[in-house]
Unconditional design. Structure first.
Length: 54
């Protein structure tokens, strides 16, 4: 059993790719994307099973 918090998300991404979806993956450093950087910082402060929407 996989225990990584993002395992579920990655599994579904792979399923979409296997179904023939046209996908493009790009790497963006989170410091270059203010929104992603902020969300990643918030995620580090939360427990794995907590969700906070503000």
């Amino acid at each position: 059993m996989h225990t990584h918090p993002f395992c579920y998300l990655l599994h579904h991404c792979w399923k979409l790719i296997e179904e023939g979806w046209v996908t493009m993956v790009r790497q963006r450093h989170r410091e270059g994307n203010f929104c992603a950087n902020h969300l990643a910082s918030l995620a580090q402060d939360l427990a794995a099973d907590s969700i906070v929407l503000t």
